[in-house]
Write a new protein. Sequence first.
Lengths: 293, 186
Amino acid sequence: MRIVLLLVLSLLGCSCSGSIDEPVSYFNVETPRPFGYVNGDEIPQRIVIETRSGISLQPGSLPGKGQINRWLNLNRVTIKQSGQRYQIDLLYQVFYAPLEVKSLTLPGFTMQLSQGEKSISQNVPAWTFTLSPLRELVVRQSEQGEYMRPDSPPPLLTDTQALYGLAASLSVAVLIAAYLGYLYGCYPNMLRRTLFKQALRKLAGLSKADMERALTIVHHALNSLNGQPLFSNRLDDFYRRNPQYLQVSSQLAWFFNYSNRYFFSDGMIAVAQDLQQLKDLCEQCRKIERGSR
Amino acid sequence: MIRTIRHFTLWAALALSLAAFVYSAGTLYGIHHDNNLIRQLISGKDVAVNKVISGEPELRLARAFYFKQKHRYDEALSTLSLVMDKGDRNFQAKARYNLGNLYLEQAVQQAKTININAAMPLAGLAKQAYRQALALDSGNWDAKYNLEVAMRLLPEMDRVDIPDDSPINQKSQLWTTVPGFPRGLP
């Protein structure tokens, strides 16, 4: 029982003291390795601070951009705030030429936090690091005297942007020209290669009752392919110019015969099989025009 | 009507894209021409002045590089000073590094002839240029090295250990020198 009482008391004690009274609930200075820097290096320092609500950071109390002392510059100060959490990134740059490994100190400073009219200070401690020399103590000599690094060669102009512009404008021009060419009928061969494709598409929706229309469609496709109306007595001439269609000569003969009978004799009744045969013919012709047969 | 408009729009778009093509082809040709001039300058052959004056800052940087190789320091300096604020960050860092080298080389030469009075300001200018180059691009190792050369040539007095009470001294000094509030003015 006594132990339980003690536990409860200690828990109460913990909750009473601690972060509620503290104006700053979290404070940390994050710095990189404290060694291995050389003249001209940049050293980042991150300060993370979390305050109680109602307390805000005074940005004016942070060190200002520019020269801090003879050998130290502050190049960038960025403050990121999310709620009561502040993340302050300082970027220092060292300009110091030591003769041997030398220990230097980033100066500390005091940040001001304000709560209404009250002001609270928070110390950022100084940070010590070591700086190494780049040159040996007894310096080698070149013909001109002291050895120094040569000039940086002047850069060439970049042509990437102009190349992209060239490629983009050229491709747009070619596309538009191609489309205009299509509109102006500059690709008769391309149209000839889609004659039976279009005919097949039109035939697909037809039934045996539309036999007249189906026959007209196939006639139209053959006429367009021939360049002039094609009749059965001129088939030889057609084969001479389009020898690849000899493969379907028997089917074509049937087609002209059937069309003749359909249009010029009475009492002809179309059956579904005829329409199917017509579609088959069209399919064969499509394969020929596509070049796959 | 709509078809006619579409038709004309297509022709206009074609004309526009062809114009853009001609323009970028011209730009590309200009870039290649300038790059040839830069290569020529790097290899140590001079080019006509008017080509450089009307050209890009890269061309001027190349000409300054050429002058420096030929030890014509004054001409190199006047050419470089024209491109200091031009170009992107990287270009400015390069220009400042080359400017630093220009000063440092002269400073080293003066120091060799024991002409310290001439060498000191040149080394100071070199250091300033290297610091600026490093502020723009802290990864430039050549600038770090040459800054160290300049700093050894002209060592800086360490003023880090000034006692902390100096502002107070200054303050009290200030109060003693202020004669008092002027009276009797309207």
